[in-house]
Design a protein around this ligand. Structure first.
Ligand code: LFR
Length: 464
């Protein structure tokens, strides 16, 4: 088959990328054309995303892509749960809220008290996290919802701007906590009970679907011609897991970045009293798979510390490898969720409250966080094995965090399992592969990723 070429846009909480993927001879070559920073914008006590700025960066990336010859398709993925509201004219209605915004303080507790955990979990199978779209909508002033005509998740919003078609792709729909994975449709009864208008919702569509051509305006702006928008798995974690270079069944993944998503793939959602008690999530994956996983706070804590330290990450991780393990925190303690220049102080306070050694230097604090992430990973793998009955032999670490050799080794040690690290650009590779191959055949897709990536292996060292 002749080579095909596709554009993937991957928007992460701390950075975005526009990449060109070329498929040829069963291999995928990824070239990153444009990288740009992303992050929350604080305004009057709340936190927002600068989606218009992101859109401008995307257009810039597309202009660069247009210089690379004929391109078949484009698809966008991003972090989950956040959305834009549109009015009846299709105009963006106000700013886009950030999932770490203080507007959500106390909202989940209120909704859980009203609806009950059983009702929410049995309908959705989603982990209770204070920023799920369900709670974000419950935090919206009713007047704003009344003025809104449509809710679009971030990647769906960008697809709408690219080609004028407004739909909701399934993997990201599942992150809202008002999608029923067993019925394959919106859990509208949850929204009804909270007086949230369900007319805001649009049709749920599978990844791999062709939405339509770029609008004439986008073609003019970018110089691209004849490019189709094809839905990838728009939830970044779903794209990353699609690109886990695994074979067989007995593996777990860690999608390692701002968040650390620790999970396994199961054929069906697992929604039981035990999975509720363990607060496990069941998110939709590519090809009708289920991702049984848990959110772990991830590198976010170190990223926030380093906003103050401003150290080179490679140096920081090298130094962290040279200090001894000391204390561990629970990275998922609620105090670590909001941004803040005092993140290092929060880590120290946790250690001191739990009568542990209080890390002082950036290297010590970083080591404490990495040790804690590794321990949490091991703990979650034990739960996943128990709940699913699936054996776990190897752990695949993918995403930006898979470059941190120290973290990979700590995970191998804590889990007592082999770690296979890479690809770093799993999300882009998953996005591009679904555009090129469709989503039906995950083993083939993973074969392409394996053929296209150099992987590193870490063997577990006995704990001292
Ligand atoms: C990772 C991720 C997680 C989601 C979190 C918030 O980038 O998409 O899967 O829980 O961001 O949206």
């Amino acid at each position: 088959a002749p080579p095909t070429r596709h554009i993937a846009v991957d928007l992460g909480a701390s950075s975005g990328r526009v990449a060109l993927g070329t498929f040829e001879g069963g291999k995928l070559h990824v070239e990153i054309l444009h990288r740009f920073p992303n992050g929350g914008v604080p305004v009057r006590g709340q936190l927002y995303w600068n989606v218009l700025g992101l859109w401008r960066e995307v257009l810039h990336g597309l202009k660069l892509a247009a210089q690379h010859g004929e391109i078949q398709s484009i698809g966008v993925n991003s972090w989950a749960v956040d959305y834009g509201l549109l009015d009846a004219q299709g105009d963006l209605l106000g700013a886009v809220h950030h999932y770490r915004s203080p507007r959500l303080d106390g909202v989940m507790q209120r909704v859980r008290a009203t609806l009950t955990d059983q009702a929410i979990y049995n309908a959705t199978g989603i982990q209770f996290l204070p920023f799920n779209t369900l709670y974000q909508l419950a935090a919206e002033p009713p007047e704003r919802l009344a003025r809104a005509d449509k809710l679009l998740m971030i990647p769906d919003l960008l697809h709408f701007w690219l080609c004028g078609v407004a739909v909701t792709e399934r993997t990201n729909a599942s992150s809202t906590q008002f999608f029923n994975p067993q019925m394959g449709k919106w859990a509208t009864e949850l929204l009804d009970a909270l007086n949230i208008p369900t007319r805001l919702l649009s049709d749920i569509v599978e990844s791999g679907t062709t939405l339509g051509k770029l609008t004439p305006e986008v073609e003019r702006e970018t110089g691209l011609r004849g490019v189709q928008v094809i839905l990838p798995a728009t939830h970044d974690t779903a794209s990353a897991v699609a690109a886990v270079p695994a074979e067989g069944q007995d593996w777990a993944y860690v999608s390692s970045g701002t968040w650390s998503l620790v999970g396994i793939e199961t054929p069906q959602p697992i929604i039981t009293p035990r999975s509720l008690a363990e607060n496990l999530t069941n998110e939709a994956g590519v090809g009708g798979t289920n991702r049984l996983l848990k959110n772990v706070m991830g590198l976010w804590i170190i990223q926030q510390c380093n906003e103050v330290w401003k150290l080179d990450y490679a140096d920081l991780y090298k130094q962290a490898a040279d200090v001894a393990s000391g204390s561990t925190i629970d990275p998922d303690d609620a105090r670590f969720l909001p941004p803040g220049a005092d993140m290092a102080v929060r880590v120290q306070a946790y250690c001191s409250e739990t009568n542990q050694f209080v890390p002082q230097t950036p290297a010590e604090i970083t080591r404490c966080v990495l040790d804690s992430l590794a321990h949490k990973t091991a703990q979650i793998l034990r739960v996943l094995k128990d709940v699913s009955g699936q054996a776990i032999r190897v752990v695949h670490v993918v995403g930006g965090g898979s470059q941190i050799a120290l973290l990979n080794q700590l995970i191998a040690n804590a889990c007592g399992k082999w770690v296979i690290a890479g690809p770093v650009e799993a999300t882009l590779m998953g996005n591009l592969s679904v555009q090129a191959l469709g989503q039906t055949d995950l083993p083939t897709l993973r074969q392409v990723v394996r053929a296209s990536t150099a992987l590193k292996t870490f063997s577990p060292n006995p704990q001292p």
